[in-house]
Design a protein around this ligand. Structure first.
Ligand code: ATP
Length: 235
């Protein structure tokens, strides 16, 4: 579904990605792990076309994406859930969700997807009239995921959904990510929280200073001594 081949990105003098290759298979959760500064955000920015690739390829369903405008890519089903819970603070929960379906003119379908999203997130259903900016951090994270679901994605790119959330809320958000996969949506999960991400990932890549240094199934990486020591806080 998503293929990155030998991707290099430079910022002025900094060689931020040094030949990243990875594959996100359809209907799977694939996670990209890495510490601060490893190049996770740069990878996402390159996929969205925000930073140019110096060389390499990014293919979504076999087509190059990094040279196309973002709204066209979104229409083909590649949807990005941004880092930092970027909800529209002055819009209600319902209006925020509607923003995710802005290019769908089929009202009946939009209503149907809205029902599906509100069923998945009962807390949002209770608060459809509440302003986005007044939701708690965990609720805002659910709202950004719900908004992405409104556009009926085929591939969801999630940028650090666990950032700044309490462990119980992280568990809930990750359970929702698993549910999304079971509905046939592919998830590319960018995370620093290796423990939570590896538990739900079908496949995982570890990025260090712009290079993939390790890859394998979630289970295999959870048991990898290097991951245990450096990323799971075990010795
Ligand atoms: P974090 O988890 O802290 O967000 P990250 O893995 O997402 O880290 P990136 O933000 O992709 O890491 O950064 C990769 C490297 O590129 C770092 O060395 C960073 O300093 C550098 N970098 C990122 N953005 C820029 C920029 N706009 N200009 C110059 N260097 C940058």
């Amino acid at each position: 579904m998503l293929d990155i081949r030998d991707l290099h990105v430079h910022y002025d003098g900094i060689h931020a990605l040094k030949g990243v290759s990875l594959h996100v298979e359809e209907k799977r959760i694939v996670t990209l792990l890495g510490a601060n500064g490893a190049g996770k955000s740069t990878t996402v920015r390159a996929i969205s076309g925000i930073v140019p690739a110096s060389s390499g390829e990014i293919l979504f369903q076999g087509m190059p994406v990094n040279k196309k405008p973002a709204h066209l890519i979104q229409r083909q089903g590649l949807v990005h859930v941004p880092e930092g819970r970027k909800v529209f603070a002055n819009l209600t929960v319902r209006e925020n969700l509607m923003m995710g379906a802005y290019n769908n003119r089929d009202k009946a379908e939009v209503n149907q997807v809205m029902d599906m999203v509100l069923t998945k997130f009962p807390i949002l259903k209770e608060r459809t009239a509440q302003l986005g900016g007044t939701l708690s951090g965990g609720e805002q994270q659910k709202l950004t995921v719900g908004r992405a679901m409104m556009s009926k994605p085929r591939l969801l790119i999630m940028d650090e959904p666990s950032l700044g959330l309490a462990p119980m809320v992280v568990a809930e958000v990750f359970r929702i990510i698993e549910e999304i996969r079971s509905e046939g949506v592919t998830v590319f999960l960018i995370e620093q929280n290796a423990n939570a991400a590896l538990k739900i990932a079908d496949y995982a890549y570890l990025l260090e200073t712009g290079r993939i240094v390790l890859e394998g199934t979630g289970e295999k990486l959870l048991n990898n001594p290097k991951i245990k020591q450096a990323y799971l806080g075990e010795s």
